[in-house]
Write a protein of this length. Structure first.
Length: 161
């Protein structure tokens, strides 16, 4: 059972509570939270993008990592990393197909391990980047930005059980 703790007094409340049973304050519920991804990337000029992307946390899959496309034609697309190996690239057999010339046919793969998620470059021409640093292999953490060609995907993982 996952309890909800009051931000005002710290009292532990039953999971379905909307208000603290001790002090009466409204409780901060996970389903009410959102993640906002800015439409404009400070490192790239993104003409024509004027709306921020808002993702309700309650809509993200529990127990799995999720990659969300931050901007561009596929902005808002969500890819749940629900298998042990997820391949990214232009190849039609890729679990996450990113159709652009800047993406190699077999660009990268994300592996789910006991310690979390790990991205590995698959010998791509343009490289794989995590938080603007080129990597051959790197762990993914909540909020990291994964760049595959021109695509920027943000990694999220719900930890509320």
């Amino acid at each position: 059972m996952s309890y909800v703790y009051c931000n005002q007094c710290g009292h532990r409340n039953p999971p379905d509570s909307n208000f603290c049973s001790s002090c009466g304050s409204p409780l901060d519920l996970l389903d009410d939270r959102t993640i906002t991804l800015a439409a404009v990337d400070p490192l790239q000029d993104a003409p024509g993008t004027d709306d921020d992307l808002v993702i309700p946390v309650g809509e993200l899959a529990k127990g799995y990592g999720v990659l969300i496309v931050r901007s561009g034609e596929q902005s808002g697309a969500r890819f749940t990393l629900d298998s042990d190996l997820t391949r990214l690239g232009r190849h039609p057999d890729s679990e996450i197909s990113l159709d652009d010339i800047t993406v190699s046919r077999r660009h990268a793969e994300v592996q789910r391990t006991a310690d979390g998620y790990v991205v590995a470059d698959s010998g791509s021409l343009n490289g794989t980047y995590v938080n603007q640093e080129r990597v051959e292999r790197a762990s993914l953490h909540h909020g990291d930005e994964l760049q595959i060609g021109k695509f920027r995907l943000v990694f999220f993982e719900r930890t509320d059980g």
